[in-house]
Design a protein around this ligand. Structure first.
Ligand code: NAD
Length: 498
């Protein structure tokens, strides 16, 4: 069995802590590798490496930094099939889905090729007699990113590409459950021309995360994961004087109005609800049909579609979704389905007993569908992160909107309707960060920003888009006057423009 290693100073560095965690192949349930868990000393060494490499990297002009991004896009595009296969085998999602994971990451790297433009400051000539003012964006120093298991390519790229394009050095702490792709991406950044030490990967658990949160050499923390940990990371990072952006869980609702195109809505719901086995923070996990006849029509079409979804191997191109990430998570999702039954929800499709023939040890579960779910039930309030969709019926649009708004999470929300006024009202009033109108998974493209509202986020600036360039830089504003004939004498009053 293979032992994975950290990636520090441009090379693979074996773990020295003596602590390891098994990395699985979810479709077979077999252990495929052991990942080292970094000690706080090992994390400090990685930070010291990044601190040493950063000033020289910050001095490289933005256009040359952008060229590294350009070459990285070419290299990853060349290697996408091998990376997608590795990702699928370690995460469990299908290869087609894994390609999307990599591609959506690359789109942010492509956006970062615009660093020279994005890092331009402002300039005011003759702001006052003989005075010019300009502002500039300067790198922070060293930033760190802590990422979840469910997008092992996309989310690391969303973090390290803008940070590095801004002139920062970066420490990535990927999920210890599927670290192989992030490690490979760091190697490919070196192949693309990044100097060693600018991008480092340490594999670890809470000990490594705490070491990053407490290290004075780290200026900023980007985190994506579950809400409890996001809040913890935000609180500890900011208490230590660091800048932090921490993104948490989702429970995304799809409101289906009586005038919706029902075929379109059902297609959207099965894809967004069950794709990637529901292990997406933008998955639709709640369907809200408005009015009893809408609910009936929806369920008549949805039930058979859910029953016929194809659960398959990660390597099966015809599968709709693959296994879950771990045995522990499989048990958790099964328990949620049992909980829903005990809470009184009506289980229309039960995926708990699904077994993949020949792969009985794999972490597979079939799709489940609940009707008559009530807002006080835990299966509604909590994020299940599995192939389970809850139908919560609403009498009218006002109640549907109030339901979405009352939920503690606010990542995304969608409405399906033909009525422009309802869609417009929903888009402007709903308390969620990303909204779809007849679009089920409204994950914004790279040149917009990604982030939820409410307890789906802790911090101010979103991921990617222009916000990323704000997050990974500091602004400096210079007011300058050169010796000249203009002599004002000493002025003891506060200067104004009056
Ligand atoms: P997780 O919170 O278990 O882990 C995320 C990261 O935190 C990992 O790197 C992990 O090693 C680390 N971690 C775990 N326990 C920790 C602890 N006690 N102290 C410090 N660090 C700790 O999340 P996950 O299961 O890997 O990912 C799924 C979650 O991520 C879901 O809740 C999903 O909604 C969320 N997510 C959110 C977004 C978003 O943009 N809002 C995107 C993707 C995933």
């Amino acid at each position: 069995m293979q032992d994975l290693a950290h990636f520090i100073g441009g090379r693979r560095v074996p773990g020295r802590s003596g602590r390891f965690v098994d990395v699985y192949e979810p479709m077979t349930g077999a252990v495929r590798a052991r990942a080292p868990l970094a000690s706080s000393d090992e994390v400090r060494e990685a930070v010291a490496n990044a601190v040493a490499a950063q000033p020289e990297w910050a001095a490289v002009n933005p256009q040359r930094r952008a060229r590294v991004m350009m070459r990285f896009v070419e290299i990853v595009t060349r290697e996408i099939e091998a990376l997608a296969k590795l990702l699928a085998c370690e995460h469990g999602k299908t290869i087609a889905d894994a390609r999307g994971d990599i591609q959506r990451g690359l789109e942010v790297v492509e956006f970062c090729i615009g660093a020279p433009q994005l890092l331009k400051g402002g300039y005011t000539n003759s702001a006052s007699a003989g005075i010019d003012i300009w502002s500039m964006r300067q790198p922070l120093g060293v930033a760190a990113g802590i990422t979840p298991f469910n997008f092992p390519a996309m989310i690391p790229m969303w973090m390290f590409a803008p940070a590095i394009a801004c002139g920062d050095a970066f420490i990535l702490k990927p999920s210890e459950r599927d670290p192989s792709v992030p490690l490979r991406l760091a190697e490919l950044m070196i192949e693309a021309g990044l100097p060693p030490g600018v991008l480092n990967v340490v594999i670890g658990d809470k000990e490594a995360v705490d070491a990053l949160l407490d290290d004075a050499g780290v200026e900023a923390i980007a985190f994506v994961g579950s809400t409890g940990i996001a809040e913890y990371v935000y609180t500890r990072a900011t208490a230590n004087g660091k800048r932090a952006q921490c993104f948490g869980a989702g429970k995304n609702h799809m409101v289906i109005m009586p005038d919706a195109d029902m075929d379109q809505a059902v297609d959207a719901l099965v894809g967004a609800g069950y794709g990637s086995a529901g292990e997406r923070c933008m998955a639709i996990s709640v369907a809200v049909p408005v009015g009893q006849s809408t609910a009936q029509e929806l369920l008549q079409r949805l039930g058979p579609r859910v029953e016929n979804l194809k659960v398959g191997l990660s390597t099966d191109d015809t599968a709709d979704f693959g296994p879950l990430i771990s045995k522990q998570h499989l048990d958790r999702v099964r328990n949620y389905v049992a909980l829903g039954v005990s809470e009184g929800a009506k289980l229309l499709v039960d995926g708990r007993d699904f077994k993949m023939q020949g792969y009985e040890q794999g972490f597979f579960i079939g799709p489940s569908l609940f009707d008559e779910v009530e807002p006080q039930m835990r299966i509604y309030r909590e994020e299940i992160f599995g192939p389970v969709v809850s139908v919560v019926r609403a009498d009218n649009y006002k109640d549907a909107l109030a339901l979405v708004d009352a939920h503690e999470y606010g990542n995304g929300a969608a409405i399906f309707t033909r009525a422009g006024d309802a869609a417009r009202d929903f888009a402007s009033r709903v308390k969620a960060g990303m909204v779809g109108v007849n679009v089920p998974t409204p994950t914004p493209l790279a040149y917009y920003t990604f982030g939820g509202w409410k307890r789906s986020v802790f911090g101010d600036l979103n991921q990617h888009g222009e916000d990323a360039f704000r997050f990974f830089t500091r602004t400096k504003t210079v007011t300058s006057r050169w010796p000249s004939n203009v002599r004002e004498g000493a002025n003891f009053a506060f200067p104004t423009m009056s």
